[in-house]
Design a binder for this molecule. Structure first.
Ligand code: SAH
Ligand code: SF4
Ligand code: F3S
Length: 487
């Protein structure tokens, strides 16, 4: 991240007739200056500033990447058109973790094609995890010729350069890297919320769970230096952020491969010292790497939120082994109960996959047994999706659809029951709520989150957005509360 003033000073120093610098991020500053010039010519031609729209699919990592794309587009002179895809530059930041994510992208690209017919100056970019699959690129080249720019997850840092080149050409520009060990810091970012922010602490994943495509599309695990992370959080706090979400596919292995190794728990302790920062969240924790040190740091912290997302995937030891998760049913339960013992008010949430190859009703019974024993506050349940290139896709015993549906419903019912039981336990308590938005349906209400991530609606107005409020919880409606502010 870089401050706007500092960036503009740097951009002014370039002679655009010269060749660009070879070092990063200076090279990108050069291309931002160049693109800015082209966009100002476009502005003259249109008689208004051109608009952009970034559509994000998938996880928090992608959401953060989209903020980086928006940061550059605003810097070079585009204005944000919100969610209106009828814009001068539309970018789809895609996800490929399950096939339905891909299908949604293809469907919406069809809509863009019609917009482009009416607005020939329109540019369409597509990036993110789907673009790291060779078969997708082939399909783009064949059936989606109206797309102007295609790039992947590893070279997103050179977005400014790609845009500058795209604006000067009418051909489809494709730039995909297989992998990278580079981490480029100090690029502009615009946040969706002024008061909270995601922040990458690591990229990629080395776990190769047998069903999962993420390691193939996000590359090998790389941790950012703790100093860079702290510096970025300090800048965010100076800019009004009070809650941060540390992002990584497996935050528990953060720092292990740095030249000066540091544990995730140690990083959290350093972040806790940052004055003005009120809340710390993180995502995601792999159960196999969750240390006692982390539990102790969470327990003793005033800022780390009372929420842990601990993906189970399956409760059957046999299936877990096939999934390459590297823990057993019993180890997972012991860990979850230890966390509940040490931090009783913590909210535990999870991800579950139903229908992994070879899964029987008895395996699903094991999953249901874990759900009951742990008593999740919330759980995301997914139907297994076959991802080409992963070991599980080559397994022969894929489960028939009707069996998967039946078991999915059994799991969902159990999850809904336990989460209802857990949520209600906070009724009539006084809690702290970070107010995040106006309520969608009722403009006399605002919506916020408790430390444990549970949603609360309460009377209020937009001046409260971004503030922490003491709230009494009056009514529990299953997954959320109605409360009121107390002094
Ligand atoms: N790194 C995170 C998960 C990222 S993907 C972690 O390990 O927890 C988010 C979730 O998508 C996973 O937890 C898993 O439950 C689900 N998922 C991943 N691959 C899937 C697949 N092929 N089919 C269905 N669900 C999948
Ligand atoms: Fe996928 Fe497993 Fe890595 Fe999570 S830890 S991203 S599920 S391979
Ligand atoms: Fe999807 Fe990529 Fe995230 S595949 S879940 S957007 S890392």
């Amino acid at each position: 991240m870089i401050k706007k003033d500092d960036l503009e000073l740097k951009m002014k120093q370039f002679d655009l007739a010269m060749s660009p610098p070879d070092t990063e991020p200076e090279r990108q500053y050069f291309y931002m200056a160049k693109a800015k010039k082209t966009v100002s010519e476009l502005t003259k031609k249109l008689g208004r500033k051109p608009t952009f729209c970034v559509v994000t699919f998938g996880c928090q990592m992608n959401a953060r990447d989209s903020e980086k794309l928006a940061g550059i587009l605003e810097e070079i002179g585009y204005i944000d058109n919100g969610e209106d895809e009828n814009s001068d530059f539309v970018i789809f930041n895609t996800c490929t973790v399950r096939d339905n994510a891909n299908q949604r992208v293809y469907g919406r690209l069809g809509v863009l094609k019609n917009y482009k017919k009416k607005n020939p100056d329109m540019r369409i970019g597509i990036c993110g995890c789907m673009m790291q699959e060779q078969s997708v690129i082939e399909k783009m080249k064949k059936s989606y010729r109206f797309v102007d720019l295609i790039f992947g997850t590893h070279n997103i840092f050179k977005f400014a350069e790609l845009v500058a080149n795209m604006l000067e050409s009418d051909d489809m520009l494709i730039d995909i890297w297989k992998d990278t060990d580079q981490i480029v810091e100090d690029l502009p970012i615009v946040r969706k919320y002024p008061f909270k922010s995601g922040i990458n602490i690591m990229f990629g994943c080395n776990n190769f769970c047998s069903y999962c495509i993420v390691p193939y599309v996000r590359g090998r695990e790389r941790s950012r230096n703790p100093e860079d992370i702290i510096r970025e959080i300090e800048m965010l706090v100076a800019d009004g952020v009070i809650e941060i979400m540390l992002l990584g596919q497996n935050v528990n292995s953060y720092g292990k491969n740095l030249d000066e190794p540091i544990s995730f728990a140690q990083l959290l302790q350093r972040i806790e010292q940052i004055e003005g920062l009120e809340r710390i969240r993180f995502m995601t924790s792999h159960p196999k790497d969750l240390s006692d040190e982390l539990i102790a740091v969470m327990r003793d912290s005033k800022k780390i939120c009372r929420h842990l997302h601990l993906p189970l995937q399956s409760g059957s030891t046999r299936i877990l082994e096939q999934m390459n998760r590297r823990y057993t049913k019993e180890q997972y339960i012991d860990l979850a109960l230890k966390i509940r013992r040490e931090i009783p008010d913590i909210s535990l949430t999870t991800d579950i996959i139903v229908g992994f190859p070879g899964e029987t009703d008895a395996d699903v019974d094991d999953t249901i047994d874990v759900i009951k024993k742990v008593g999740y506050d919330n759980a995301f349940t997914f139907i297994y999706s076959k991802r080409t290139g992963t070991p599980a896709a080559a397994m022969e015993n894929q489960v028939p659809e009707d069996v998967v549906k039946r078991n999915f419903n059994r799991v969902l019912e159990t999850v809904q029951q336990t989460s209802k039981n857990r949520t209600v336990s906070f009724l009539n308590q006084d809690v702290t709520v970070l107010i995040e938005d106006m309520n969608d349906q009722d403009d006399t209400l605002v919506t916020g989150r408790m430390s444990n991530n549970t949603i609360v609606h309460l009377k209020g107005d937009c001046s409260m957005i971004g503030t922490l409020q003491k709230v009494h919880l009056d009514e529990c409606h299953g997954f959320y509360y109605i409360g009121h502010v107390i002094d």
